[in-house]
Write a protein that binds this ligand. Structure first.
Ligand code: ATP
Length: 514
């Protein structure tokens, strides 16, 4: 059996081989943590965005979208706290010269202790069988108790150090836990320093006096500074939301794990404005709504979990992550934050403009509170890709690689293939393509054996293959082959549209949500 690490490597090379994701600037040896999406990747990505956008703006009367610019007035980032506090603690290993995030080194250490505990429990479950009582085992087994105590103690120190911004203590935890550099294996660590993640550039020619501007590190601020514009012109009443999809940029210290952590990435964010005092109720609702959105894709309910934050960001009064089980462990895909009225109040202060809402029901004005849902398009792409990839052994010793993509997200919905390249079959196949392509991304393929053509479509996750043969010319029926089961059935050309539509439309996903 391949290890998870090997599986992940295979997924990365599959993504390249089949036109999903390429390393940026590859012919110049690449640019670290920047990626390009290929012909299939862009379709999958667009479908993910469409699913999110429609779930926000079609299913909620009180959510509208905007598209704000990447460049914004630099004072915005002062007001939001990013200039002063959007930092990660970095540490270098003097021997390997490798740089790490101090917090991530400690988190990985804690995750390893958790793994040890899980292993003890799994071992005991196997030994005791049906009579196994996990709660009793965990509260009495000395090895488990020792590990739990160790984990909790480190965890408490870690949470305090983060809360107090105590960089020396972070370093001390790394030393006390005897965490070594994975490359050099040594504990020769430098001090921990803060590193601001924003990219800076200049706007305007230097003769005019250029202004320093940032590439936005999140799309949210574009929503906050447009709050009044949208509320007034859309005559929005609280509660209401503003959604946005767009690029964000972070000069990540350690960029690893393919498109999981990039320096240029895309976010789908929604800020939901509510009455003060009602934010925690709405936080709970959005937590649930967003989990439903993920699970509707059918990637496996057990692959998701919530991770509530111990350390709240300076602006939040509640926060949770939706984590997904990647081949390299459970990782954050989406954050849901109760951001209080911090951002709007700050913009009110820094801009000098009044950003208040007059609530006609209460007959009073206030600065709205905000619930944010924030998900990375690229991370979402990675969850879909990782959970869809399968190497299958087929009967007769044959093998295939198949992407079990949710049909609504698949880059290509159907491929039409003439069995042979003669006798009018290509013409008939083209006729079918010409009909289907108005509604579905459709491919025509006549090269190689039919088996090879099926494999090519399986590898990019095409849900349907349609084969045109001699019988088609007689009775207008084709062979419809399904990707996951490889089951083939004879259907009338006139029925193709409905069959395909019922399974591949984003609509079918959205219906699961309402
Ligand atoms: P992390 O702790 O992994 O750095 P974060 O907590 O800083 O993430 P947020 O600021 O909450 O992330 O951003 C919201 C979402 O944006 C994340 O859940 C993730 O999906 C996505 N995201 C954040 N940083 C990156 C990145 N460097 N590359 C790709 N996606 C990212």
């Amino acid at each position: 059996m391949a290890t998870q690490d090997e599986v992940f490597k295979k997924i990365v090379s599959h993504a390249k081989e089949y036109g999903f994701v390429f390393q940026s600037s590859e012919i110049y040896d690449g640019l670290s943590a920047v990626y390009d999406y290929g012909q299939n990747g862009v379709e999958l990505k667009n479908n993910i965005k469409r699913y999110w956008w429609d779930s926000m703006t079609l299913l909620n009367e009180n959510i509208v979208g905007i598209d704000s610019a990447i460049f914004m007035h630099p004072t915005i980032w002062k007001a939001s706290g990013h200039v002063d506090a959007f930092n990660d603690p970095l540490i270098d290993n003097r021997d390997s010269k490798k740089r790490y995030r101090a917090d991530v080194l400690i988190e990985d250490y804690l995750a390893k202790i958790d793994e040890k505990i899980d292993k003890e429990v799994a071992k005991a479950r196997k030994r005791f069988g049906d009579s196994f009582d996990e709660a009793v085992f965990c509260s009495t087994n000395p090895r488990v108790l020792e590990n739990v105590a160790k984990r909790d103690a480190v965890h408490e120190r870690f949470a305090n150090a983060l809360n107090d911004n105590n960089l020396e203590e972070l370093r001390q935890i790394i030393l006390d836990c005897e965490i070594v550099c994975p490359i050099s294996g040594t504990r020769n660590w430098t001090d921990v320093r803060q590193f601001n993640l924003m990219f800076k550039t200049e706007m305007g020619s230097t003769a005019d006096g250029a202004m320093g501007v940032y590439l936005r590190p999140e799309t949210a601020q574009g929503i906050f500074v447009n709050y009044l514009n949208v509320q007034k012109t859309g005559r929005m009443r609280i509660p209401f939301g503003i959604a946005q999809i767009g690029k964000a940029f972070r000069n990540e210290i350690v960029a690893r794990q393919f498109i999981f952590r990039m320096r240029e990435f895309e976010q789908m964010e929604m800020q939901f404005f509510v009455r003060p005092g009602q934010e925690l109720e709405w936080f709970g609702k959005w937590k649930e709504t967003r989990m439903r959105w993920h699970k509707a894709l059918g990637l496996g309910d057990w692959k998701y979990r919530y991770h509530d934050h111990d350390k709240l960001a300076h602006y939040a009064n509640a926060a949770t992550d939706i984590e997904f089980e990647m081949p390299f462990g459970f990782k954050e895909v989406e954050g849901i934050h109760s951001r209080t009225n911090f951002d709007l109040s700050q913009h009110e202060k820094f801009s000098g403009k009044k950003i208040q809402y007059f609530d006609p029901e209460l007959n009073e004005s206030y600065t709205p509170y905000v619930i944010e849902t924030s998900i990375g398009v690229d991370r979402m792409f990675l969850t879909v890709l990782c959970s869809s990839y399968e190497e299958q052994e087929l009967e007769g010793g044959d093998k295939r690689v198949v992407l079990h993509l949710p049909a609504a997200l698949a880059p290509v919905k159907c491929a039409v293939m003439p069995l042979v390249r003669k006798d009018g079959l290509p013409e008939k196949a083209r006729e079918i393509v010409n009909e289907l392509r108005f509604d579905f991304t459709t491919r025509y393929d006549e090269k190689d054996s039919i088996g090879k053509r099926y494999r090519r479509q399986d590898a990019i996750g095409t849900p349907f293959c349609i084969t045109v043969d001699h019988q088609t010319l007689e009775d207008n029926t084709v062979t419809l082959r399904r990707r996951d089961t490889m089951e083939q059935s004879r259907v009338n050309v006139a029925d193709l549209h409905k069959i395909i539509h019922d399974e591949v439309s984003i609509n079918s996903l959205l219906r699961k949500l309402s």
